[in-house]
Design a protein around this ligand. Sequence first.
Ligand code: CU
Ligand code: CU
Length: 404
Amino acid sequence: MSSAPPVTPSRPSSNGAVHAQRPPTGSANGTIPYKDSDSNALWAVVSLMLGILVAVLGFFALMMWADAHNAKDAANRAAAKVSKAAAGATSDLGALRSYAGAAPSNADALAAAHKPFSAALPAAPAGPVADVNLTLKDVTVQIAPGVKYSGWAWAGGAPGPVIHVRQGQLVKITLTNKGAIPHSVDFHAARIAPDKAFGDVMPGKSVSYTFRANDAGVFMYHCGTKPVLMHIANGMYGAIVVDPKPGVLPKADKNYVLVASEWYLSSDGLKAPAQFNMDKAHARMPDWMTFNGYAGQYVKHPLTARPGELVRFWIVDAGPSIDTDFHVVGTIFDNAYPFADLSSPTSALHNVQTVTVPAGGGGVFDVKIGKPGLYPFVSHAFAAVDEGQVGLLKVGNVKGTMSH
Ligand code: CU
Ligand code: CU
């Protein structure tokens, strides 16, 4: 470029027009006057080329400027829109403010005094028939230290009793409704016409139905009366374990059942029991998330195992709406049976870290931990941990507690 004539870079003017400097030679209409001299001719050609280049560059500069200008306008409009939306969202979210973390000053003492829901799997009944009696009841339940909730649940609170049967057993369900409104019970372990078995039971009445537990796994049961979202969120859910035939699962030394669920509160529940908040439930913005109905209860009261024992977790995610990403901190699942498929030993995954248990589904997870210590189990979707879905597996005789 050093031998070329000086060229002023074209710039957009303030009104967007471009003043591209014309080449120093050439006529107004761009034709080149004839010259005898080769050097003059060459010069003319070079000048023309430069002129075209400058015009082209100018054109692109204009386009880029216009583009940038438009982009800036669009960005400004979008920003205005976003800040307007954010202002609206803030006020909407204000109405859905989470009460997670609400606690009285003696929360720690209350957590220590709380009698945890037994996570130990009860024995399956002997014989060909498993009789299961369930009673629905309107009860106030404790869902976190000092936090009361006005539930529609079971005689023993929420979740309902852990039911344990063996594959092939006939399960005879008797449901008694001691609540104020109609309820029902839907067993995911059953292959049965729901309109026949899962119908509403009027207050004060009982119904019975049977199903054969032909499918092994861990399954949810729940009230299926409309609005189901509300009946589940109010505490009407539980787990049934169906043992597979021998040979599918390795023998476990410890069996723990955890039912994951969410709570949507109308108030903090500290003075008076909170009630269900449908807006939060629709927005899937729970206040508390729990294993077996009470936030962090196995942090204060850890589940236990000896070093080297095979510990089996039977997980049901009752939802009503949020999945559980089950993970045990400090170890890896030796065997994981996603979706609680126990149809054969080959259903297992091995050496995996975190497995999703869907809302309305189950999962079975084996860990074998050699080193003594405190191993948190969590839903690794970590908002769930902040809202209470965390517990500890205490391996060996170790002191203290921890949160994660
Ligand atoms: Cu119900
Ligand atoms: Cu269901």
